[in-house]
Design a binder for this molecule. Structure first.
Ligand code: PMP
Ligand code: GLN
Length: 381
């Protein structure tokens, strides 16, 4: 019998709920992926590069044109300079970036602070590296950070803090005060930061996503992980990136080199061309804000309680005032009986803490959202 290195891990909730949605023909607002296609021009560019013979291994760190494009984008949008040769790496999705960054710094016995609810790929990556997760709960209902709790959780063994802004599932967007407080807490210690910024372009009501690397001290210790999948509606292409200072990038690349070595070539060339026009990623906040508003308006007549998400393409809503049913049971029942699939947020806690909050993905066609809202309005309980 094989002795599992991840005995607690089963199939991810995203796979479970998407299958349940398919089996019961429910509208799938569970797994976070766009319910619409990317722009045809992007597909044309990929086809063009394939037809032109860009079909062999890309350079290990990424195609120079795409690294250059990302460095330029980071400078123009956030006013922070990253060296495209040594500080920008293209990888096969943010999931790889997160894994490689965690692996680069976590040694057996090191403590890693996870702010819960936390995206599901962090903890297994920490454990596979012999790290010890230390859980700190975010405030409910707004998913802001309880800095006193974070301060108490830091010990001489703390090696890494995982950050995710805009937050999945909570939609909270870190403020300058959050960033400054984090910098104060880690100053003078050997602590690194992995910042999961996959929803960087999805922030609402004129708010800004403030990357941690805009803080000069945090820039020196942060791996910023991003995903083209979220930004260009291409989650199935599995392509992402990591921005980190030279020494951290060098270690990151040692891991990336033996995880995947390099990332899909024609797509890198295509993205480099496609990103020439910044409006192709800067418009995203407006595109998704309309969907968030449509969804939230409909949620008002479901009886669920919510505050509109500040960022990401997820909306959380609570039902504890209406029922005692567990969030997991309710989500399963909703997929089967109501015809709408969502994610119970207890799955993002190590102890499956149930705040009776459900997560809905609103990255779907408007008519799908409207259909789902009608079903939710016609009676959840
Ligand atoms: N981090 C978060 C918070 C996510 O929601 C996701 C996926 N939606 C990822 C990382 C993974 O991104 P990718 O698909 O590029 O691996
Ligand atoms: N990140 C997506 C979500 O939160 C799912 C990605 C996956 O299925 N692993 O729904």
């Amino acid at each position: 019998m094989i002795k599992s290195k991840l005995p607690q891990v089963g199939t991810t909730i995203f796979t479970v709920m998407s299958k349940l949605a398919a089996d019961h023909k429910a509208i799938n607002l569970s797994q976070g992926y766009p319910g619409f296609d990317c722009y045809p021009y992007l597909q044309d560019l990929v086809t063009k590069y394939m037809n032109e013979g860009y079909n062999q291994y890309a350079p290990m760190s990424g195609v120079p044109a795409l690294r250059n494009r990302l460095a330029k984008k980071t400078l123009s949008v956030y006013d922070v300079d990253y060296d495209q040769e040594e500080e920008v790496t293209i990888v096969s999705g943010a999931t790889e970036a997160l894994y490689a960054a965690i692996t680069a710094v976590v040694r057996p016995g090191d403590e890693v602070i996870l702010l819960e609810p936390a995206y599901d790929s962090y903890e297994p990556a920490v454990r596979l590296n012999g790290g010890v997760p230390v859980y700190v709960a975010l405030n409910i209902p707004d998913f802001s950070v309880d800095w006193e709790k974070v301060e108490k959780a830091i010990t001489p063994k703390t090696r890494l803090i995982m950050v995710n802004t805009p937050h999945n599932p909570g939609g909270y967007v870190w403020t300058q005060n959050d960033i400054d407080t984090l910098a104060d807490l880690v100053r003078g210690r050997e602590i690194y930061i992995v910042s999961d910024d996959v929803y960087e372009h999805i922030v609402f009501e004129g708010k800004a996503h403030i990357p941690l690397f805009t803080h000069p001290e945090l820039r020196k210790i942060t791996f910023a992980c991003g995903s083209f999948g979220k930004t260009f509606h291409i989650t199935g292409w599995k392509i992402g990136f990591c921005l980190a200072p030279k020494k951290l990038s060098a270690e990151f690349r040692k891991i990336h080199q033996f995880l995947t070595f390099s990332t899909v070539t024609p797509i890198q060339y295509a993205l480099a061309d496609y990103m020439e026009d910044p409006s192709r990623y800067l418009y995203l906040r407006f595109f998704y804000e309309e969907k968030r508003d449509l969804f939230c308006k409909g949620l008002e007549s479901t009886g669920l309680k919510f505050t509109p998400a500040e960022g990401s393409f997820f909306q959380c809503a609570s039902y504890g005032h209406l029922s005692d049913e567990s969030d997991y049971d309710l989500a399963v029942r909703m997929a089967k009986e109501v015809g709408v699939a969502c994610i119970p947020t207890s799955v993002f806690y190590h102890d499956k803490r149930d705040h009776k909050i459900l997560r809905f993905c609103f990255a779907k066609e408007d008519n799908e959202l409207e259909k789902a809202l009608k079903l939710l309005q016609s009676g959840l309980f």
